[in-house]
Design a protein around this ligand. Structure first.
Ligand code: B4P
Length: 190
């Protein structure tokens, strides 16, 4: 199986590039952000709890997010592989992902980490907020999301650095150019 973790700060293009990768490699897309937003839209108990946290730009608890991933893996067992978009975001989530994939007889094939600096992230997400009205895409929340990323999510890269499957990719430029850079990494390492 080809299991890709698409990693990077909020606004680095994970969702954007995941869409293209799933088409090219017929992978199953698992975006914890999308899963949480559908719980919010359906106004489930989990969604009501998650919305408060997401609107502050904080991370939803590991327990909730890992439970969602577990369900998705059960649902889609086999197939060519998965794209994990926005997961793992903590070292605990990275450890659990490893355990869950081991239980399914597979593992993370590669971690592609999009590199984009804060100023560009702010610009992209403020623009998306204006266009879509997404409630966590306002300047104050975006800034906190980037702080949370630096504090809680960057340590995940140290976790993967030890495994030699971590590949940083420049995330600035045209969407198709970035996609080509990612595909080059996938082709060399799959
Ligand atoms: P996510 O939904 O994962 O939100 P995100 O990090 O902002 O990424 P997204 O995929 O939406 O944006 P993208 O970079 O593609 O998470 C939202 C919240 O959910 C989190 O804050 C947290 O509260 C919670 N959550 C999610 N996963 C969790 C987890 N594992 N644990 C705990 N909590 C979790 O793109 C951004 C914008 O940039 C788009 O508008 C796009 O059009 C634009 N863009 C992309 N590429 C570009 C390029 N090359 N040039 C210009 N613009 C570009």
């Amino acid at each position: 199986m080809l299991n890709i973790v698409l990693f990077g700060p909020p606004g680095s293009g994970k969702g954007t590039q995941a869409e293209k990768l799933i088409k090219k490699y017929s992978l199953t897309h698992i975006s914890t952000g999308d899963l949480l937003r559908s719980e919010v839209a359906a106004q489930t108990e989990l969604g009501i709890e998650a919305k408060v946290i997401m609107d502050k730009g904080e991370l939803v608890s590991d327990k909730i997010v890992i439970g969602m991933i577990e369900n998705k893996l059960k649902e889609h067992g086999g197939g060519p592989g998965f794209i994990f978009d926005g997961f793992p975001r903590t070292v605990e989530q990275a450890r659990e992902l490893r355990n869950l994939l081991t239980d399914h007889g597979t593992k993370v094939s590669m971690v592609i980490s999009l590199q984009v600096e804060r100023e560009e992230l702010m610009k992209r997400l403020v623009k998306r907020g204006e266009e879509t009205g997404r409630s966590d895409d306002n300047a104050e929340t975006i800034s906190n999301r980037i702080d949370v990323y630096e504090r809680q999510t960057i340590p995940v890269t140290y976790y993967y650095d030890k495994t030699k499957i971590h590949h940083p990719v420049e995330g600035i430029g045209k969407i198709d150019e970035i996609f080509k850079r990612i595909v080059d990494v996938v082709e060399k390492n799959k």
